[in-house]
Design a protein around this ligand. Sequence first.
Ligand code: ZN
Length: 253
Amino acid sequence: MTVQILINKSINRMGLVHPVVKDTAIELVKRAYKEGIYVLITDGYRSYEEQAKLYGKGRNSYIYKGTEYGDPKSLIVSNAKPGSSNHNFGLAIDYVLANADATEVYYTVNDKYKRVAAIAKTLGFTWGGDWSSFKDYPHLEMMGGLKKEDLQNGKRPSLAINFTPTVIQEEKKDPNKIVNKKLVNFNPSNEEFFNATSKVLKRFEEKSVHGEKAISSIHREKLLNRELSLDDAIGILYVALERGLIIGPKESK
Ligand SMILES: [Zn+2]
């Protein structure tokens, strides 16, 4: 999982939020990522109609502009009518934490969740978890000093970026890297090398023909003295494979 996956998903879910809210949310995702916390933004801008639909959940009837939005089969999810949520002005976002591959999300208000809220506050967000009347833990917003009535009357805050964007260098996946790593670990100074080479030499000793016993005993001595080189070991392995003393995985055709 890369930070770019989290950012792309978050941008899609935020929609038409204020550009400063959007850029700050992306910065939040990056800073949390650097601490090993995977943040996904699940909500951003909501039209009045979308808000009416949300408010109607869990209510027998809610009519907005002549349309019935009541949805008694659901649970109540919001107490905000259209125009009373800062989501309606593109100034609020909601977040969740994700597992390592972003296949599961959770809202549990644990230490990591609170840590994200703390980072968000340093970036200029107000956290719904700090509210006294109704705690809205996933909620972050930027009012820019304006009151709700100002926003309802059409005023918009002048927000500004107040951080230096974090740059995250993602490691490119190189399929050869694992092989290289394996070879680096396989060197004359470690046990893996000793055990593997011993095993191959044993085959020579058991199945030797012609002068191979002499060859293997020289190598055995070198190995025991820890003087056998990686080149020697590869040479032994090559000959062993050639003679069928050891069997490798079948070649795929
Ligand atoms: Zn919210």
